[in-house]
Design a protein around this ligand. Sequence first.
Ligand SMILES: Nc1ncnc2c1ncn2[C@@H]1O[C@H](COP(=O)(O)OP(=O)(O)O)[C@@H](O)[C@H]1O
Ligand SMILES: [Mg+2]
Length: 363
Amino acid sequence: MNKLVLTGLGKSFGDTPAVQDVTLSLKQGEFVSLLGPSGCGKTTTLRMIAGFMRPTAGTIAVNNVVLSSPDHSLPPEKRGMSMIFQSYAIWPNMTVGENVAFGLKLRKMPGTELTRRLDQILSVVQLSHLKDRYPAELSGGQQQRVALARAIVIEPEVLLLDEPLSNLDANLREEMRSEIRRLHNEFRITTVYVTHDQSEAMVTSDRIVVMNHGRIEQVDDPISLYNRPKSRFVAGFIGRTNFLDGTLDGGSIVFPGFTATVGLFPDAAQLPRAASFSVRPQTILLHRSAPTDTSNSWWVRGEIVERAYLGEYWDYVVRPENSDLRLRAAAPPLDIHDVGTSVWVEIDPRRIAQIPAPKDETT
Ligand SMILES: Nc1ncnc2c1ncn2[C@@H]1O[C@H](COP(=O)(O)OP(=O)(O)O)[C@@H](O)[C@H]1O
Ligand SMILES: [Mg+2]
């Protein structure tokens, strides 16, 4: 069943569109992220869902009931939703327990049931032992857990989170994004999560909505999004990548400085004349010696022009012979090549994604 449905949703400020033609359905219990660069319209979309802002086009429906349209908007407090902001604003004059129980008291929940729900959620977010502390006596991560517990305990129809981890330091952010997914597995509340951090979106989400300039670029599960980006923007925004732009010529694709055999690409028959590809750094393999078998991969001679050691991997820049291309290759720590040495570059065409050619895209 569809829980939350956005149809042709739009918001303009004066003549300036901030969100355009956003159409999206969330199933009951689904966790979906809105991901995109700053200013792409994520917060505006979320605020419309929460009811803080009325759309200038389209509708928002929950359980098949329209809550927002350009001429009607149900107020936030009547939507049965919880929203968590970047500044997670828990009440400083209330203890952890009082903060979390507040929404239940507001709903006049009987004492025994309230205590049961409160103790359960505090135990899930590992705050039971801190029930009587005040926010000032908690770390940033603990405060964030209070905010999450407070939002979840009322079992909202829809949970909305706007960059909830951006005030935490890097290690804590990593811990909390897994925690958010664990909480979701436990309570299965339909969730819209706004972030500009692709790892956060990939760890937490069932599906990711990539937005750019107020519009949806692509909606997919994390694996498809990474491996089959449909646009250059998505390919470049989700992880690092190389763009290879070539031209089809009979049975070959001519790239700047080298030529590859079309036949090795899985969807060879579908390739347009201007054929572009997104090639992830870890799919470019570097070899010391010439290949003995070239039937499964594209091979080209090249030179190492830059390298950086990042502990978990080497970040190489390799320039194919007779070419100005600079390909980024990620290699295991023991795969050591000096700058200036020549290597054989192997690209497995089954592990790359065809994307629109530069001129086919306006972004
Ligand atoms: N209240 C407002 N008045 C005018 N412009 C706004 C307002 N809120 C947001 N915008 C503009 O709308 C666009 C999208 O903003 P926002 O939704 O906050 O982006 P994001 O959350 O993705 O960073 C931006 O260009 C922003 O400047
Ligand atoms: Mg925002």
